[in-house]
Design a protein around this ligand. Structure first.
Ligand SMILES: Cc1ncc(COP(=O)(O)O)c(C=O)c1O
Length: 361
């Protein structure tokens, strides 16, 4: 708040006027990435960032085909809504989009999820090619938040990224949900999977509530785009936004929020699994840092989704002054994603309330 108000009182303008703040922030942000990712463009929303990534991928590859997961959400522009099957059949995916199941170790067969995910991506690419559509990109949310939250197994993204690159496409990691330390293992969700994307989209936590978002990419992708196309975004990367973005990075570092996410998150997962010993409806608990999914089922053998019980629990928690959402195609996964300052005490409060609300089912 101090960074925002201080800069707002000095100057706010768009990026046609040169200012130092955008350079300082861009350098600091890029230092958080693997060395291959050396270029950034700022936007105001995650949807704009993903829309720009879409254009970059098409321009860099000459392709138009995209592969996404079956219940993905990547944003609300016309192009990106057509890459967001979770919006439902009235929106519909584009004829150039192919959907693959997210790697779901809880419901999948015994096959290794990474091998299976890569072979699904390969099949989608083959289908695009068979229809005369050249592949442009594989686009995934690196924690599969809307598909039901699948942080594991570690390494699951790498073979799929290889598959799209072999077909001439690029790999885009959507870090709008998983980015900025939430997974408790470095800054980015893709970092847990030991893969370097060609393009990364950022948003949400980037401004801690202030609308700043962006695209980070390999420099050749951005320079190729820059030579052929223009991109201008009036409120993207303003002096105020860049000061705010910088303050967010300062606080993540100063308060060791990545460590906090890892430590509190893993204790919370333990506590939630403990609740599973007493409440049969808990089918699976999975998480990375402070991004945790609790999948609720009517029967642990058939794994039939407990959709109504999930809604009841969300409301039971709300009555106990705790806000959580639900996610997944069957809306039967509690999405526990608290602020990164979440303390051990806060976690205990949540566990007690959840125990209580579960007993009420
Ligand atoms: C994974 C993911 N990508 C992109 C977006 C779009 O971001 P925004 O709402 O800032 O446009 C969202 C928003 O929920 C998201 O969850």
């Amino acid at each position: 708040v101090a960074a925002l108000t201080e800069q707002a009182a000095i100057l706010n303008t768009h990026t046609r006027y040169l200012s130092e703040g955008i350079l300082d922030y861009a350098e600091r942000l890029l230092d958080c990435f693997p060395p291959e990712l050396r270029s950034v463009i700022f936007t105001c929303s995650g949807s704009e960032a993903t829309d720009l990534a879409y254009r970059l991928a098409r321009s860099a590859t000459g392709g138009t085909g995209f592969v996404v997961t079956s219940f993905a959400y990547h944003g609300g522009t016309v192009a990106i809504a057509e890459l967001s099957p979770s919006l439902g059949s009235r929106v519909g995916v584009a004829p150039t989009t192919r959907c693959v199941p997210a790697p779901d170790p809880y419901r999948a067969s015994d096959e290794d999820p990474a091998t299976r995910f890569a072979s699904d991506v390969r099949a989608a690419i083959a289908d695009l090619t068979a229809h005369g559509i050249r592949p442009a990109a594989l686009l995934v949310d690196s924690i599969f938040a809307s598909d039901g939250i699948f942080p594991d197994p570690v390494g699951v993204l790498a073979p799929a990224a290889d598959a799209i690159r072999e077909a001439g496409g690029v790999f885009i990691a959507d870090e709008v949900q998983a980015g900025f330390g939430r997974t408790g293992h470095g800054m980015w969700g893709f970092g847990r999977h030991d893969v370097t994307p060609d393009i990364v989209t950022l948003g949400k936590a980037m401004g801690g509530g202030h609308p700043i978002a962006g695209v980070v990419a390999k420099p050749d992708i951005l320079s190729e785009f820059g030579e052929r196309s223009r991109y201008f975004n009036t409120c993207g990367g303003t002096p105020v936004s860049c000061r705010v973005g910088m303050a967010v990075l300062d606080v993540i570092e100063r308060d060791a929020l990545i460590d906090n996410a890892r430590v509190v998150g893993s204790r919370l997962v333990e506590g939630l699994r403990g609740l599973g010993d007493r409440h049969e409806v808990i089918g699976d608990v999975r998480g990375a840092g402070l991004f945790i999914g609790v999948e609720l089922v009517l029967d642990r053998v058939t794994r039939e989704p407990a959709t109504a019980a999930t809604a009841q629990l969300v409301n039971g928690l709300r009555r106990r002054r705790i806000l959580v959402g639900s996610t997944g195609p069957h809306v039967n996964v509690l999405k526990i994603r608290p602020p990164l300052v979440f303390s051990q005490e806060n976690a205990s409060f949540l566990l007690e309330a959840l125990d209580d609300a579960l007993s009420e089912l």
